[in-house]
Design a protein around this ligand. Structure first.
Ligand code: NAG
Length: 538
């Protein structure tokens, strides 16, 4: 009888594991065991709600939730995006995933993920790190995976004269910094080591991390970074006041503020309903001459981005943190117009890109013309590369434009950044992701950003290309846990050679042919771009 009842008790223990708990400050955070190997704590506030007087204001750290018990079993709401029907402005939350049973004080390395989405979409819940974290456990290098929401659109990246004079630029970047401060204060309680934090991101997330390398004292918050498709100026970098018209268009589209003085809009906007704010943003985005008008900007002396990033990089003004950085083969395909079919249209497209608010100057036009001449008018040499003369039913200049755009926005800056950092002795590991993807409309695919993500985040062994995916997880996790992608653990994989001034090499990440290659692709074109950084708003 007694034996039987203890057997029942043992079964109950297995079936009904207690929810994991962590105490920070005076709060017990109650998470959930989300798989047999991992447990999750979600929706923990890291900043005061950015509402009321804190709308369009820098974030205020909230080190402790300030309640006795916090239900942390799910993700919090995403930050408002343009036109969303049910926006939730109180969105600044952070999430922690850890190996099951990790003890407070275990001191595991930490990886903090920053999502992309052009600074106008994205949210942490879209980047479940469970498969990635399990890969870390299985290879004997467990780590904590953290991700967070930062403000987007007009709420995260106000533009214009008033935002500049009120010190309200780059708020989304400051949200990320505040979350990193939260990690410094609290991650040990979850079993993480605050001295072993790697920050990584993709696309706009990668741009954000690169911007934090410029003037944010990032060294005090993290020890390494991984950039997936994005560097400091992958989106054109303008002074904060440059997009004043976009801000005025936004204000005009918020009904209760449309009559506000153009130099005093914040007071009214802080009282407007959040639904009116996101709807006004949609309307202003539609009027903007560019796809991504709400982005990081130059915020002057003492700011996060005090000057044009190319100027800062040339002067050696950046964090000396080791990093991995890479691009995908076909970065431009998603972002260029699919209808370009004449030289004039091609020129116009890039003229507009260098100055969406007023067109290129004569000097810029000359440089754009010279650049275009460096790219043959031959679809078989355009992007997506390696697709022969197939134009996919798109404009005849589309593949040429995609090649140029990929180089201006991604490849040139990745190369310039790797060269500048390695020249200062920073450990740099570069990659070029070229795994062939299924044929289809290249404007929606190619070796573009979202594809690479599935290789890093996919569950171990899952499609696509599981060998390459496992290799990439190994490199990423090895680097984050040892500062070297070649830790000898996990799957056998090629040695990833460091990028140095005397040996400028990138790892070609391609299923069946992952190998080190010289960083010399399109050398002439990319050198031209990097010799004229101001023209391209780099
Ligand atoms: C592997 O990649 C290298 C560098 O891109 C290339 O030169 C070589 O032809 C490739 N090998 C195979 C078998 O595809």
């Amino acid at each position: 009888m007694r034996l039987a009842s203890s057997a029942v008790a043992a079964v109950l223990v297995v079936v009904c594991r207690a929810a994991p708990q962590v105490t920070i400050g005076s709060t017990t955070i109650v998470g959930t065991q989300n798989t047999g190997q991992t447990e999750f704590f979600g929706s923990i506030p890291y900043a005061e709600p950015p509402v009321g007087q804190l709308r369009f204001a820098p974030p205020v750290l909230k080190a402790d939730p300030g309640v006795a018990s916090l239900d942390a079993s799910a993700y919090g709401p995403s930050c408002p995006v343009g036109g969303s029907s049910n926006p939730v402005e109180d969105c600044l939350t952070i999430n922690v995933l850890r190996p099951v049973g990790t003890a407070s004080g275990a001191g595991l390395p930490v990886m903090v993920w920053i999502y992309g989405g052009g600074f106008q979409s994205g949210d942490a819940s879209g980047y479940d790190g469970t498969g990635f974290a399990i890969a870390g456990i299985n290879r004997g290098t467990p780590f904590l995976y953290v991700n967070l929401n930062y403000r987007l659109g007009v709420l995260g990246f106000p533009q214009g004269q008033e935002a500049t004079s009120r010190g309200a630029l780059n708020l989304g970047l400051k949200d990320i910094l505040t979350a990193l401060e939260w990690v410094q204060q609290n991650i040990a309680a979850f079993g993480g080591d605050p001295a072993k934090v790697t920050i990584f991101g993709q696309s706009a997330g990668s741009i954000a991390v690169a911007n934090l390398f410029l003037n944010s004292n990032l060294e005090s918050l993290v020890r390494a970074a991984i950039f997936e498709s994005g560097a400091q100026s992958s989106l054109p970098m303008f002074p904060g006041a440059h997009r004043d018209q976009d801000w005025q268009n936004f204000v005009a589209a918020v009904p209760q503020c449309s009559g506000a003085s153009s130099t005093d809009t914040f007071d009214c906007l802080r009282q407007a309903d959040i639904t009116a704010i996101v709807s006004g943003q949609s309307s202003a985005s539609g009027q903007a001459g560019e796809q991504f008008p709400w982005t990081p900007v130059i915020d002057g002396a003492g700011g996060v981005i005090p000057d044009l990033p190319s100027t800062l990089l040339a002067a050696g003004q950046f964090s000396r943190l080791p990093f991995i950085s890479g691009s995908n083969l076909d970065e431009g395909t998603q972002f260029v117009s699919t209808t370009l079919s004449s030289d004039d249209q091609l020129t116009q497209f890039f003229d507009n890109f260098v100055n969406p608010a007023g067109g290129a100057s004569a000097a810029q036009q000359t440089q754009i013309d010279d650049l275009i001449q460096l790219y043959p008018d031959d679809p078989s040499q355009g992007s997506p590369y390696g697709t022969g003369s197939n134009t996919f039913g798109l404009g005849s200049e589309y593949k040429r434009a995609a090649s140029i755009a990929g180089d201006i926005w991604f490849h040139s800056i990745r190369r310039a950044w790797n060269q500048a950092a390695s020249a200062q002795g920073v450990p740099v590991f570069a990659y070029l992701f070229t795994d062939p993807q299924a044929a289809g409309n290249p404007s929606q695919g190619g070796e573009s950003c979202p594809v690479l993500l599935s290789y890093v985040f996919g569950a171990p062994g899952a499609a696509p290309a599981s060998t390459l995916s496992a290799t990439m997880k190994d490199y990423w996790i090895s680097f984050a846990t040892s500062l070297d992608p070649n830790d000898g653990k996990g799957n056998d994989r090629p040695q990833w050679l460091q990028y140095t001034s005397s040996s400028q090499v990138v790892m070609q990440l391609q299923g069946g042919n992952t190998t080190i290659i010289p960083d010399t692709y399109r050398a002439e074109q990319i050198s031209f771009i990097n010799s004229q950084p101001a023209t391209f708003n780099h």
